[in-house]
Design a protein around this ligand. Structure first.
Ligand SMILES: [Zn+2]
Length: 255
């Protein structure tokens, strides 16, 4: 009888211990699931991409192609909009604002929100059409954010891009020289702006006219990158452009 009781007690204890182990494993498993889930999300850079305007297929090359480039491997989450009035509402959940639009940003509150965003130290990437002098009534955009702009470009065609600073995080892993078909923007820095550090130049073979193609803007708070490339498939679909874009978003996000 006593043996039976001992056996029952031992059985109960073993059962209790097994339950504890199962419970512990369950907690551990759940914990791992929660941690890996949140860590994965935390790593992705929240990017707000703005397109829309003239002369470009913003849906195809930005909303689709660039967004796919940035979403690869959960590198970034991308929200695309061509409604410039909506920008201010999205900025609080944004790490990097990627402007590619040449349509006007007319709303004064949105203009202010973009400047506040930059002042708060968040990232800004300006792509192709956004490096044009698009807005006569908003000179602060080119002067302060881009430190210059383009008022002309070569006719669409082949030209060379030469990386002149291969040590910068934005040019990391990019071929030091490549050629592509695009519009060679005549980007000029404004001497009254904060200035830029040129990372890559663009020039047509045999020509001595050289223009900045990839650069960072000297801004005391935010990291700002300008990428003058990006008219159509011939840039958006090539590896050097895609690497530059991902690097630019990452650097601008201070990651
Ligand atoms: Zn273009």
């Amino acid at each position: 009888m006593k043996n039976n009781q001992n056996f029952a007690v031992r059985l109960a204890r073993t059962h209790f211990n097994s339950c504890l182990i199962l419970l512990f494993c369950g907690l551990l498993f759940n914990n791992c699931k929660v941690n890996s889930g949140s860590a994965g999300k935390a790593k992705s850079i929240r990017t707000l991409m703005v397109g829309g305007g003239a002369s470009h297929d913003f849906n195809q090359w930005y909303k689709q192609a660039d967004a796919a480039t940035l979403r690869r491997d959960n590198f970034a989450t991308v929200r695309y909009t061509d409604n410039t009035d909506s920008i201010a509402a999205y900025l609080p959940q944004t790490d990097v604002l990627y402007l590619a639009n040449n349509q006007p940003i007319n709303n004064p509150q949105v203009r202010q929100a973009i400047f506040d965003f930059v002042k708060s130290g968040k990232g800004l990437v300006l792509g192709h059409a956004a490096l044009w002098y698009n807005w006569k009534d908003w000179p602060e955009y080119n002067l302060q954010l881009a430190s210059g702009g383009s008022r002309g470009h070569d006719r669409y065609g082949n030209f060379n891009v030469n990386i002149i600073n291969t040590n910068h995080p934005v040019t990391k892993g990019v071929e030091p020289a490549f050629s592509l078909k695009d519009e060679l923007y005549y980007f000029k820095t404004d001497p009254n702006g904060p200035g830029v550090e040129v990372l890559a130049n663009a020039s047509v073979a045999g020509s001595d006219r050289i223009f900045p193609s990839v650069f960072v803007v000297n801004n005391p708070q935010a990291r700002i990158v300008g990428i003058a490339l990006g008219h159509d498939a011939e840039s958006h679909n090539i590896t050097p452009y895609q690497t530059l874009l991902r690097n630019a978003i990452k650097w601008a996000a201070k990651k």
